[in-house]
Design a protein around this ligand. Structure first.
Ligand code: NAD
Length: 550
């Protein structure tokens, strides 16, 4: 079988566009993924399907599925087809959910080895990943927030040190350049560096730290932006930069530190050696990874002491370091609390749309519509202009934009109308990150230090998924963490297909209003002012128990 790529054009292999859309999205995550032979999309183990028979069975079933049927998928394996009705989801999934006490990395690996489970990342198993672009705006907005808070609004002449150029981390160098900074990304696998250069996400590469620092210095002095990929191990390079007395302005890390066996590469090993050790002695590998992470995080903490702005970018590196005895690991801030929370309280978060025909012009037409009709939304319009200039398409052309309650519906309905009127060359799929207002409980990323202490309550994403099914979404998924994230999180995902029909108008309106509406209520419930104001402003029907207290 040749390499899988998403089908383009207007010819359908399925009985309607809804099924065809989901099939193309499945193919698209593999087209954009890191290791197609093993169905791995990103984050070391984030898979699109359990195994190859599962993949082929999903493709076959989607091709034969009627509009009034629902395909059920359990951790990447298709289980059966049920008669439902034309307004029910086409696909429902539960990925990698293990009962609380048993949700450990060890049990996850064991169940995975037995072929009983697989992890879907946040968007891989839900067929929503659109390439590195999916996280690039998030990373860019974090840099911009830091610029506003600490550097008079600009990162010109500022040095960002980070690591990891994988499926998600690969967005960092481009986000750094878009924010006008000089960014150095340490990566241990040369193939990953080459891939980011090929895709236009990274400008320069070297295996020599002196050379890398010289480029960074030159860019800082001239105020030019630059991105440099340095071949090396972050646990070696961070302490080395410290020992030279250099203090970057911003420090982070986006290696796959969440997974000690399949993700992080410890000091002293090549990528090939690690691949072997995974089979022969995973316990040793986990131990060595933990020790290297501790070294790296100690260096990050020392950078913080010396004045760098240091943050965890959602890879569980602090929890791993804490396990390894770095007691002050949580002195490092999590990016969500610092930047995302005020936006999430209003249900503003990463929303995305994908041109199922494969025609990039469709995305440009929608860009233009946003610039003309959402000019008041500074975050979105600034981003669309930048994305147009800098962000290359990967796989099916797609765009990400941060929109909130009401705005998502307005945009999606306008797009559905454009499809209906033939102004776009095919239907558009909408989805959003699982890291979204009502959709995730993750006490070390999304919901760390919630105002009311509700960090670990996973009722919210479960309600979110049920509500999205009731609202007639096309695909709904509930999932939890695998590998190093086992036991750390639960989230819900949703996909919608704007195929130009009136039924799609209904699906889009109810699902998007209710998805974000629940997000606002989740934050209002936790006592966030921004959410309480949004409830009033947007007329969201919140039941306020204060009125019932005699
Ligand atoms: P990936 O597995 O595709 O890539 C990880 C990269 O890190 C690989 O290229 C690997 O070679 C490199 N690496 C590993 N150990 C290293 C070391 N010691 N020094 C230098 N490089 C090293 O993973 P990904 O998809 O890029 O995700 C990275 C992390 O970010 C994951 O933990 C993921 O869960 C997390 N993540 C966070 C967000 C967010 O919202 N902020 C979003 C997605 C993913």
């Amino acid at each position: 079988m040749g390499k899988i790529v998403a089908k383009r054009g207007s010819e359908l292999r399925c009985k309607s566009w809804r099924q065809e859309a989901l099939l193309r999205l499945l193919e698209n995550v593999l087209e954009n993924g890191e290791n197609q032979d093993e169905l791995i999309v990103y984050a070391s183990l984030g898979k699109a399907a359990r195994n190859w028979p599962s993949y082929h069975a999903i493709v076959d079933t989607l091709q034969n599925l009627e509009e009034d049927e629902t395909l059920v998928i359990q951790s990447g394996k298709p289980i059966g087809v049920f008669k439902t009705h034309p307004y029910a989801p086409i696909v429902v999934m539960a990925n990698c959910n293990i009962v609380g006490k048993w949700a450990t990395s060890e049990n996850f690996y064991d169940l995975q080895d037995k072929g009983l489970i697989c992890w879907g990342g946040l968007t891989a198993g839900a067929w929503q990943y659109i390439g590195s672009q999916g996280v690039i705006q998030g990373t860019y907005e974090i840099f911009q927030t830091i610029a506003r808070k600490h550097f008079d609004g600009s990162l010109k002449g500022r040095f960002i040190l980070t690591a990891g150029l994988g499926g998600m981390g690969g967005a960092q160098p481009l986000a750094g350049v878009m924010a006008d900074a000089a960014i150095l990304v340490v990566e241990v696998d040369e193939e990953r560096i080459n891939k980011r250069i090929e895709h236009g996400y990274l400008q320069k590469k070297t295996d020599n730290l002196d050379q890398a620092l010289q480029w960074i210095d030159e860019a800082k002095s001239s105020g030019e932006s630059i991105s440099v990929g340095l071949l090396g191990n972050a646990a070696d390079i961070y302490p080395e930069i410290l020992s030279r007395g250099i203090v970057p302005d911003i420090v982070s890390d986006q290696t796959a530190a969440h997974d000690l066996v399949y993700g992080y590469i410890p000091q002293g090993y090549t990528v090939e050696e690690v691949k072997q050790l995974r089979k022969t002695n995973p316990e040793q590998l986990a131990e060595d990874s933990l020790a290297s992470i501790a070294t790296e995080v100690r260096a990050m903490l020392e950078f913080k002491n010396r004045g760098s702005i240091v943050f965890d970018n959602g890879n569980n590196i602090r929890s791993q370091a804490f396990k390894a005895g770095v007691e002050d690991a949580f002195e490092i801030d999590i990016f969500t609390e610092a930047f995302l929370r005020p936006l999430f309280a209003k249900a503003i978060g990463p929303f995305r749309w994908i041109a199922l025909s494969g025609n990039p012009e469709d995305i440009r037409t929608i860009d233009q519509y946003i610039l003309e009709n959402f000019a008041d939304n500074q975050i979105a319009s600034n981003w669309i202009k930048l994305a147009n200039q800098y962000v290359p398409f990967e796989g099916l052309p797609a765009r990400i934009g941060w929109f909130g309650h009401g705005e998502r519906t307005e945009l999606a309905l306008a797009v559905n109308k454009m499809v209906r009127e033939g102004k776009l060359s095919g239907p558009i799929a909408f989805s959003r990150d699982h890291l979204d207002a009502g959709a995730m409980a993750h006490p070390n990323i999304m919901t760390e230090r919630m105002k009311d202490g509700s960090d670990a309550i996973s009722d919210w994403p479960l309600i979110n998924a049920m509500l999205n099914c009731s609202s007639m979404a096309d695909l709904v998924v509930i999932h939890s963490g695998g590998g190093g994230y086992a036991g750390y999180m639960t989230s819900a995902g949703v996909t919608l297909v704007a195929d130009g029909t009136e039924a799609a108008d209904m699906r889009l309106k109810y699902t998007l209003d209710n998805d974000t509406g629940l997000g606002v209520l989740r934050y209002a419930d936790a006592g966030y002012e921004e959410a309480l104001e949004e409830v009033e402003k947007k007329n969201i029907r919140r039941i306020n128990l204060e009125h019932y207290k005699k």
